[in-house]
Write a protein that binds this ligand. Structure first.
Ligand code: SAM
Ligand code: SF4
Ligand code: SF4
Length: 346
């Protein structure tokens, strides 16, 4: 560490705070911008060509990713989530995971996937050192699932992936479901039923105005409150305490002991005040908010090594002032253009 970075990050200190006093703890790193699905709320087929994807050369290499993550750990990051696009499309993923899992100071290494390629990769990911998995699953009905994946996915493959992940030793898994009114509300109780008692934690996520190409309409949002009430009426729930500050999901236990269910309410109950998360796209742009209009290049600093990267991230984080969801809730002026979700992975 050079002298400047040393001053920035004394060992015992929590790293830089942004302009709203928030430390950086959490990194979401996109490994790939391509995806084998075309979910209409993220990457609609009519807006994103089938062969979409930067050429592989423009993605950060494994060496660059390792340096980047080491740098973020020095600035305070403790949790790393790998995402995409679809991260399981990235070649050599187990090798990358093995390298990242050896980084000192990282307490948590997780990955979010659409699950379609999980059955054949779960064991290798586990053996490489991946500890936690989140699988997206918006419907159990095969026809609806196919439609929600843009005609690309089969729910049976995802369910097989979930089984394979359990067999490989992952668990509890997180299962994420984005609910849209008039689209998959009828899947909520079947999904809850399926995962009750499984040990896995189903989480319902409010449909968000991410990106520019999904034609978001607030009337499509089903609030967490409404979902909670529907589930509670069928299987009574009781609220659980947050496990840590800044936890994005509110957690509930089934009163009959069948495990827990979560709700992520970024529309109806924004949590910007506790947002400790940065996002980096596959080509090395830092986004300090899910709804940011633009990113900041990290590649130039990365080329100079870990110290330069650390200083650049610390400086960018110190200037951060984002609170988009709070502004939306207050109907205050806010950026109209947003980075696409498939570039930064949620
Ligand atoms: N392809 C992987 C997957 O689908 O799990 C990882 C990347 S995907 C962008 C990460 C998460 O973002 C998924 O759980 C997906 O459901 C969620 N997502 C995408 N568009 C969304 C939207 N408009 N509102 C809420 N969540 C969204
Ligand atoms: Fe692909 Fe995930 Fe976006 Fe669906 S949500 S299009 S699976 S990146
Ligand atoms: Fe964080 Fe931006 Fe989401 Fe607020 S809107 S919680 S600042 S990512």
């Amino acid at each position: 560490m050079n002298a400047a970075a040393d001053r920035l990050i004394p060992l015992a200190a929590p790293g830089p705070l942004d302009r709203r006093g928030r430390p950086l703890r959490d990194l979401r790193l996109s490994l790939i911008e391509a995806c084998n699905f075309r979910c209409p709320y993220c990457m609609p087929a009519e807006r994103v060509a089938d062969d979409y994807g930067l050429d592989a050369a423009s993605r950060l290499s494994f060496d660059e990713i390792e340096t980047l993550v080491r740098g973020f750990v020095r600035v305070g990051v403790r949790k790393l989530r790998l995402t995409g696009g679809e991260p399981l499309l990235r070649k050599g993923l187990p090798e990358l995971i093995a390298r990242l899992s050896r980084i000192d100071g990282l307490d948590d290494l997780a990955l979010t996937t659409n699950g379609s390629l999980l059955a054949r990769q779960a064991r290798a990911l586990r053996e490489a050192g991946l500890r936690r998995l989140t699988v997206s699953l918006d419907a159990l009905d095969p026809d609806l699932f196919r439609r929600l994946s843009g005609g690309r996915g089969e729910v049976a493959q995802v369910l097989a992936g979930i089984e394979a992940a359990r067999a490989a030793g992952f668990g509890p898994l997180k299962i994420n479901c984005v609910v849209q009114r008039g689209v998959n509300e009828d899947q909520v109780l079947p999904l809850a039923e399926r995962f009750r008692g499984s040990g896995d934690v189903l989480r319902f996520i409010e449909y968000m105005d991410v990106g520019n190409c999904n034609g978001w309409d607030p009337r499509g949002v089903v609030s967490s409150q409404e979902l909670r009430d529907a589930i509670d009426a069928r299987w009574p729930l009781r609220a659980l305490d947050a496990q840590y500050r800044g936890e994005v999901a509110s957690r509930y236990a089934y009163r009959d002991g069948a495990g827990e269910v979560g709700f992520v309410s970024s529309i109806s109950a924004p949590f910007c005040g506790d947002c400790h998360r940065a996002r980096v796209s596959a080509d090395g742009q830092l986004y300090t908010c899910l709804f940011a209009a633009a990113g900041s290049d990290l590649r130039g600093a990365l080329a100079q090594g870990e110290d330069a990267l650390t200083e650049r991230v610390a400086a960018l984080w110190s200037g951060r002032n984002d609170r988009y969801s709070e502004l939306r809730a207050a109907d205050a002026p806010r950026p109209k253009r947003h980075v696409e979700m498939f570039l930064i992975g949620g």
